[in-house]
Write a protein that binds this ligand. Structure first.
Ligand SMILES: Nc1ncnc2c1ncn2[C@@H]1O[C@H](COP(=O)(O)OP(=O)(O)OP(=O)(O)O)[C@@H](O)[C@H]1O
Ligand SMILES: Cc1cn([C@H]2C[C@H](O)[C@@H](COP(=O)(O)O)O2)c(=O)[nH]c1=O
Length: 209
């Protein structure tokens, strides 16, 4: 079986975590070996970089570089070996998050991000590793804010104002528009069961389930 790389995207509180585990179970029931992972993170080094990026004050270039440094280690140590074995990789966020948060949210230069993307995602198997499918949980920032209100101690991103998340959502919309074949948009402002049905149906149409 050939490897499959799925990423999950959306603003904080969009509902990714709620559905990733169910999808992992559905894939395992079909005989696939599943690697569940996340960004930033997924390796001991990348988890250290995650803790810095989510908690320590820094300028936008430092933040973008940390995201890509963590991604490079994650690709080398976890994602590429898993895909080479024929596993399914379910990754909670990948590079679209960098374009949405650092590009859309912080206003960082998209051309610089595109250059870093090419450098970091060039691996022996392919000149530009991208997910095969990106499930994008599209949720209005105001709804996400209500869902997360008081839920946990907010990190550097979660404590941003609603306007920041509106720009992040715009960043995701731009990425989806640029690569519509890869993106599976799911309207996340629906009851959980309906969101799950839409995820299942979309992935069935793409031959993943
Ligand atoms: N369809 C839904 N309707 C109402 N609440 C939901 C729905 N889906 C998830 N939630 C709730 O919203 C909150 C955020 O969901 P979840 O943790 O899955 O989001 P997330 O995208 O993984 O967020 P983050 O990126 O910040 O970790 C949780 O309390 C969850 O129970
Ligand atoms: C990969 C990536 C992530 N972020 C931000 C987005 C979230 O606020 C946090 C991760 O937290 P989560 O609860 O695991 O979703 O990091 C980012 O700004 N840029 C990125 O490339």
């Amino acid at each position: 079986m050939s490897g499959l790389f799925l990423s999950f995207e959306g603003i904080d509180g969009a509902g990714k975590s709620t559905h990733i585990e169910a999808l992992a179970q559905a894939l395992r029931a079909r005989g696939r070996t599943v690697v569940l992972t996340r960004e930033p993170g997924g390796t001991p080094l990348a988890e250290k970089l995650r803790a810095l990026a989510l908690n320590d004050p820094m300028d936008p270039l430092t933040e973008a570089l940390l995201m890509f440094a963590a991604r490079r280690d994650h690709l080398q140590q976890v994602i590429e070996p898993a895909l080479a074995r024929g596993d399914v990789v379910l990754c909670d966020r990948f590079t679209d998050a960098t374009f949405a948060y650092q590009g859309g949210g912080r206003g960082f230069d998209l051309d610089v991000l595109a250059t870093l993307e090419r450098w970091v995602q060039s691996v022996p198997a392919t000149p530009l590793r991208q997910p095969d499918v990106t499930v994008w949980f599209d949720l209005p920032a105001a709804v996400a804010a209500q869902r997360l209100a008081g839920a946990r101690v907010p990190d550097r991103f979660e404590s941003q104002p609603q306007a920041f998340f509106e720009r992040v959502a715009g960043g995701y919309a731009a990425r989806a528009k640029a690569d519509p074949g890869r993106f599976l948009r799911v309207a996340a402002d629906q009851p959980r069961d309906q969101v799950w049905q839409d995820v299942e149906e979309g992935l069935r149409k793409r031959g993943v389930l």
